[in-house]
Design a protein. Structure first.
Length: 409
């Protein structure tokens, strides 16, 4: 039995692995688990083959289920914004959540984060799933693609929402797109906005309800109210363009021009299908690190730091110094993997070199790493030496946690 009367580790690993393969279904309730806690649990139970050596190691015991990493500071009921599935959190079904809590408990003061699975069927998806598109296919439109893009897209949507597949390969859809837009026929990286623009335009023309487009004489605003001019512009637009794409995506831009000579004002309303907007960029990121102090009896302490997204390792040290009291110039930042130093960072390296999955250990050293030139810091690894039975050679696997020592030159 594992700690706390829980099922043995092999049983835990097998049961949770099976439950994680459960398909999301409409109406089911799943729970969020902080990815950092879940990563620690995976190490403890040897979930992945590369974690087998740590299986059952009390140094990696995860403790109670802790979702503080996905909660807003000081609020156990509010979740952070812009969280990413599999990176910030893991979704587990109700049975999996109940098992984890029964084995390890839940961090005091926290509440389960439950999410009900809803069917994501906006109007366009529902339109294709219910085969409404077949009634509006316009195979004779010279600007369209004989309905081929609409059919291929419909088939792709049906595969995505069939609930039978864990993944879908959109090869037939890509083939049709490549037929009518050769720039997308290869396997090079393409601009997603260009593909979206082509797809929306292609679907619109393939599904245009207007079979014969009339000629329309445009009129000037001539001082008429904007509401009247806008309604007239929209009516003119749908006389030539009327499809599910127009219903959902199209709108009108208002343009106002003033003649610098005669000061005449011209107001027009022009149709658009999409808007290009900049995505907001977060200027900071959160990192979790372990501080290893000089005192050999002190256990490594975990800290959660807020650092500039485009900052340097020195910014990490400064942030950690403010929380721990250890001078930043007496810190060395490392990445430890498989009982060895995978990397020792220089202070002028970019923080972008640290990945979310990295185990970052910051060591307090006895010397000022900037000013002290009389000492050199040496990394030390621990190896266990034993002779394998039945063989004539000796094995020396790594074990424990590596450390740093300052040696006088």
């Amino acid at each position: 039995m594992a700690e706390g009367g829980a099922a043995d580790l092999d049983t835990q690993r097998g049961e949770v692995a099976a439950l994680l393969k459960t398909q999301l279904r409409k109406g089911d309730t799943w729970y969020l688990v902080d990815s950092h806690w879940f990563k620690q649990w995976k190490k403890y139970v040897g979930f992945d083959s590369w974690d087998k050596y740590q299986m059952g190691d009390q140094n990696v015991y995860p403790g109670p289920v802790d979702n503080s990493g996905v909660l807003k500071d000081g609020d156990v009921l509010a979740i952070k914004e812009h969280l990413i599935d599999e990176l910030d959190y893991i979704l587990v079904p109700t049975e999996g959540w109940n098992k984890l809590v029964s084995w390890y408990g839940l961090m005091e003061g926290q509440e389960p984060i439950a999410r009900k699975c809803l069917s994501n069927t906006p109007p366009l998806t529902e339109y294709f799933l219910k085969d409404k598109y077949t009634e509006e296919l316009n195979e004779d439109n010279p600007l369209g693609m004989k309905g081929e893009i609409a059919r291929a897209y419909a088939e792709l949507i049906k595969q995505l929402w069939a609930g039978k597949y864990s993944y879908v390969t959109p090869r037939p859809f890509k083939t049709q797109v490549g037929r009518f837009a050769p720039q997308f026929s290869g396997y090079q990286q393409q601009d997603s906005h260009e593909l979206l623009a082509f797809l929306l335009d292609g679907l619109h023309e393939d599904l245009n309800r207007i079979r014969k487009k009339p000629y329309i004489q445009l009129k000037d605003a001539n001082g008429r109210p904007d509401k009247v001019v806008a309604e007239e512009a929209w009516e003119n637009h749908i006389k030539r363009n009327d499809s599910i794409i127009v219903d959902i995506f199209h709108g009108l831009f208002k343009s106002t021009l003033v003649c610098p000579v005669c000061a005449k004002v011209s107001v027009t309303f022009d149709p658009f299908c999409y808007l290009t907007l900049p995505l907001p960029m977060k200027k900071e990121r959160t990192l979790e690190v372990y501080l290893v102090r000089l005192d050999p009896l002190a256990k490594p302490t975990q800290y959660k730091l807020t650092v500039p997204k485009v900052g340097y390792i020195s910014d990490l040290c400064t942030s950690l110094s403010g929380l721990s009291g250890v001078p930043a110039e007496k810190m060395i930042v490392t990445d430890i993997y498989n009982h060895r130093f995978h990397r020792i960072f220089a202070t002028n390296e970019n923080l972008s070199s640290i990945m979310e999955r990295d185990d970052i250990y910051v060591f307090e050293v006895a010397v000022n790493r900037v000013e002290d030139t009389d000492h050199v810091v040496i990394p030390v690894h621990l190896r266990e030496k034993y002779k394998q039975s039945g063989y004539n050679h000796t094995s020396t696997p790594l074990f424990g946690q590596p450390f740093l020592i300052a040696h006088f030159c």
